[in-house]
Design a protein around this ligand. Structure first.
Ligand code: NZQ
Ligand code: ZN
Length: 387
């Protein structure tokens, strides 16, 4: 743990089958005006909406609703939310859904009382937030992003065709998050595996950088091991509580900052995916899976030892009779096999990308990297390989 760090995570987590029982007690800490933010239809179909509305009514709350938050939430929806917050003097934003709903709620939280253009100030110039922040809390229905326990807010500006992530400080983290794995039973398989790959990608973005003997890397290997086992079980039986609960907690651990402590990090797969998302509106984890294999095949030579370790520790590859190069590639092949096992698409064509988009995506991607810094020409090459 050679790099200094400060660790502080203020989100209170209620986890398990009875976790919703804690909502009423928490609501007592806030004023009466609640903005309930949710997605298109899932919480109405599975009955969660009715349960939450009953609790809000018992607690004498005035509820204003912002529904229809899309996957890859848009800046336009944030602006709609800010109007509702100001008009109704909202005391708490309650996000019910996956990462998109929670990210959108955090965006509303920092933007409602912002002087000037929040997109320019907070998602482009990354200015510190200097205005009133409306508290956010979440009830999670889909495992993946860890937005339930971090300060991330990834927003798509559809007009500008930019999907930008911003990581806010602890004052923007959800005050509390309710995680009941049973709520994820109804997540369709495509979304479930997209969420699983998002978790894997968060862990790998933090793992594939630096070569020190760091406790964080051992932790990442353990979380990946649990996630892979749990995913195989959940694919067989989507209502396997133990599997779903492990996936849910792996997801939270994957990006609540604990698996990044004292580490340099990569995040270039995410940078590329964000622009793929801005052009195709794909499911986030699916875009990540498509980019990961050509990306890692491009950079593994610059972090050879770590890729050998990945093959051995995460995938159990017997590397004794292999060269380092063969061992590293064997680990990447295992990752590719797992993507296929989950049934995730492996090409950009399958998610609606067209060839003319590739240079536009490459040019608009923020360059960077872990073991190797790459720029737009290399990004374009990677995109061509997964087209
Ligand atoms: O809209 P509804 O009808 O609710 O359907 C949603 C949506 O279509 C559905 N769903 C969610 N819970 C369900 C369910 N369907 C049935 N039963 C349930 N219980 O799932 C679909 C996807 O939901 P979404 O919230 O979009 O997925 P996810 O959690 O993967 O969030 C993706 C967004 O988060 C951003 C991504 O870029 C993307 O915009 N990220 C946020 C991060 C953060 N805050 O730290 C980090 C990530 O790297 C990521 O960038
Ligand atoms: Zn992600």
């Amino acid at each position: 743990m050679k790099l200094d760090f400060t660790y502080y995570n203020p989100t209170k987590i209620y986890f398990g089958k009875n976790s919703l029982d804690n909502l009423a007690g928490e609501l007592a800490n806030y004023g009466e005006n609640i903005l309930l933010v949710y997605g298109k239809s899932s919480i109405k179909k599975n009955g969660l909406y009715d349960k939450i509305m009953a609790i809000l009514s018992d607690c004498d709350k005035n509820v204003v609703e912002l529904s229809g938050i899309k996957s890859n939430p848009s800046y336009t929806q944030i602006m709609e939310g800010t109007r509702l917050v100001r008009e109704n003097n909202v005391d708490l934003i309650l996000a019910v859904g996956g990462g998109s709903v929670i990210d959108c709620s955090k965006g509303i939280s920092v933007s409602a009382y912002c002087e000037g253009d929040p997109w320019e100030r907070y998602w482009t110039n990354f200015e510190p937030v200097d205005n009133k922040i409306v508290p956010v809390a979440s009830i999670l229905t889909m495992a993946g992003t860890a937005s339930e326990m971090n300060g991330g807010s990834v927003i798509t500006n559809e007009e500008k065709k930019i999907k930008n992530g911003r990581v806010y400080g602890p004052e923007v983290y959800p005050k509390f998050s309710i995680l009941n794995p049973e709520y994820t039973f109804t997540v369709p398989k495509y979304q479930m595996v997209s969420g699983v790959f998002d978790v894997m990608s968060h862990l790998m973005e933090q793992y594939f950088s630096g070569d020190d003997d760091n406790t964080t890397d051992y932790l990442i290997e353990g979380v990946l091991d649990s996630l892979i086992n749990a995913t195989r079980a959940a694919l067989k039986n989507p209502e396997d509580y133990e599997a779903r609960s492990n996936i849910m907690w792996c997801a939270t651990l994957g990006l609540n900052t604990i698996t990044g402590l004292s580490k340099t990090q990569d995040w270039e797969v995410h940078m590329i995916e964000h622009q793929i998302g801005a052009y195709t509106d794909c499911a986030h984890g699916v875009g990540l899976a498509i980019v990961s294999i050509p990306y890692y095949k491009y950079i593994y030579k610059y972090g050879l030892n770590k890729f050998v370790r990945f093959a051995k520790k995460v995938w159990g590859v017997d590397t004794d009779s292999m060269t380092k190069e063969e061992a590293a590639l064997a680990g990447i092949d295992k990752l590719a096999d797992f993507i296929k096992e989950m049934g995730i698409p492996t090409t950009l064509r399958e998610i609606g990308a067209t060839e003319d988009m590739l240079p536009l995506i490459a040019e608009s991607t923020i360059p960077g990297g872990g073991y190797k810094q790459i720029g737009s020409a290399e990004i374009l090459e990677i995109l061509r390989q997964c087209y």
